[in-house]
Design a binder for this molecule. Structure first.
Ligand code: ZN
Length: 428
């Protein structure tokens, strides 16, 4: 683990811009804080435009209550301090009013993180704090009471969400993952009834099959450098399009007969660089790097299908709505969807961890897009760009199908129209 060298004021600005940029807070709502090793609390200013925040706008509040900075600290600072008071392990707090989580706050419910194994792992159970006046001592007490029970994510009734962490990145990751969970739950309820995972099923993801032996990578070929650059560009794009969250979602590429390149485990997808991508040659990982936990599944798919050159695992929320509701997602809607995605199988949860051969046998270039219930979509392509395009087409198509259902009965392509498409585009 490298030393953390970013100043709290720079980190707060970076994450505030990220939260604002992804539509998870309005310009005046939401606030972030970091408690440093001297117990000074760095916090975003009150009522300031999130779009033009700079590091010099961040306020430092000392233990004696005095503050340094050009603005007043956030009016919601009292509840941040109340949380720090009851939880010595908490070093950073994210608070905002993102629409999907506010929807849960208005309905008086907490999102169920058991719909996805990683959401459960990152967010745990979600607490609930009753409504109190913003900025009041009573609000601070209600929120601190929930955090003192051990929750790291708490829905505030008729208000928003608070997430804590040992770092601002950890608090942000919980915030972003819970927001994703909330958006996914809402979409899944438009499609059917969301299903949740049992403790046993949630336990499947805790393997370490990705920690294969290490070896020295040697000199990178031009082809390897080209692929690394392309992977980074598309990984960042997938993150910006919210097709996956900051530390989930895996891209891999076949480099040659003996090697593949794959995204690392636990590295922020927003900041990922070409040097973070992990080379795996002859089944050995590049020294000092940890590949995605799904490494074995990628390897099995490449071994089985010589024509597959890229494998993507992602969580596009509209496609996953079908995966969480266990409802079929039909691509027989517009030619682009059927040609690019074909018919989409819905795989039962679990085999991607317990029987990777079976999953590798289910996916190939004739059936390039599968949904794994309550987990992910797996997409393959003869190039990275083709697989990425499929991922986007899948999410667009799912959004259209869900939208159409709200307008009226969905009109599908008939058998003859599908047969004509197969003929015209050489689909088996
Ligand atoms: Zn608020």
């Amino acid at each position: 683990m490298s030393r953390h060298l970013t100043h709290p004021r720079d980190e707060i600005v970076e994450f505030m811009q990220r939260i604002y940029g992804y539509g998870m807070t309005t310009t005046s709502g939401g606030n972030l804080s970091i408690r440093d090793e001297d117990d000074d609390v760095w916090v975003s200013p009150a009522g300031y435009d999130k779009g033009s925040l700079t590091p010099l706008d961040i306020i430092c509040v000392h233990r004696d209550g005095t503050a340094d900075g050009p603005h007043r600290p956030s009016s919601e600072l009292p509840f941040h301090q109340a949380i720090y008071g009851v939880r010595p392990d908490v070093r950073a707090i994210v608070h905002a009013h993102p629409p999907a989580l506010v929807a849960f706050s208005l309905a008086g419910e907490v999102p169920d993180t058991r719909i996805l194994p990683n959401a459960r792992l990152i967010c745990g159970d979600v607490g609930f704090a009753p409504y109190e006046l913003p900025g009041s001592t009573a609000l601070g007490e209600a929120i601190a009471s929930a955090f003192s029970q051990g929750y790291d994510t708490v829905i505030l009734e008729n208000h928003g969400i608070v997430c804590s962490g040992a770092s601002l990145f950890e608090a942000f990751q919980r915030f972003e993952t819970l927001d994703f969970c909330a958006r996914l739950s809402i979409e899944a309820r438009r499609v059917g009834e969301p299903h949740t995972l049992s403790d046993e099923q949630l336990g499947f993801i805790k393997g370490d099959s990705h920690l294969v032996a290490e070896s020295d990578p040697g000199t990178a070929s031009s082809r390897e450098r080209e692929l690394r650059t392309m992977m980074v560009r598309l990984i960042r794009r997938a993150y910006d399009q919210m097709l996956f969250t900051s530390t989930e979602g895996t891209f891999s590429c076949r480099l040659d007969d003996d090697a593949l390149l794959i995204t690392p485990y636990g590295v922020d997808r927003k900041r990922i660089g070409a040097e973070d991508i992990v080379l795996v040659r002859h089944g050995r990982r590049e020294r000092g790097k940890v590949p995605s936990r799904s490494l074995q599944l990628h390897q099995k798919i490449y071994q089985r299908h010589a024509d597959v050159a890229a494998v993507l695992i992602a969580h596009p929320p509209n496609v996953m709505a079908f995966g969480v509701a266990h409802e079929p997602f039909s691509t027989r809607t517009i030619p682009e969807s059927f040609i690019m995605l074909r018919d989409i199988p819905l795989l039962e949860y679990g085999a991607q961890y317990t029987d990777r051969d079976e999953v590798a046998g289910m996916i190939d270039l004739q059936r390039p897009f599968v949904i794994v219930e309550n987990d992910c979509v797996i997409v393959v392509g003869s190039t990275l760009l083709e697989a990425f395009d499929r991922l986007e087409v899948g999410e667009f198509s799912a959004r259209s199908v869900i939208g159409a259902a709200a307008i009226g009965p969905v009109s599908s392509l008939g058998e003859q129209q599908v047969a004509d498409l197969k003929d015209a585009f050489g689909i088996r």
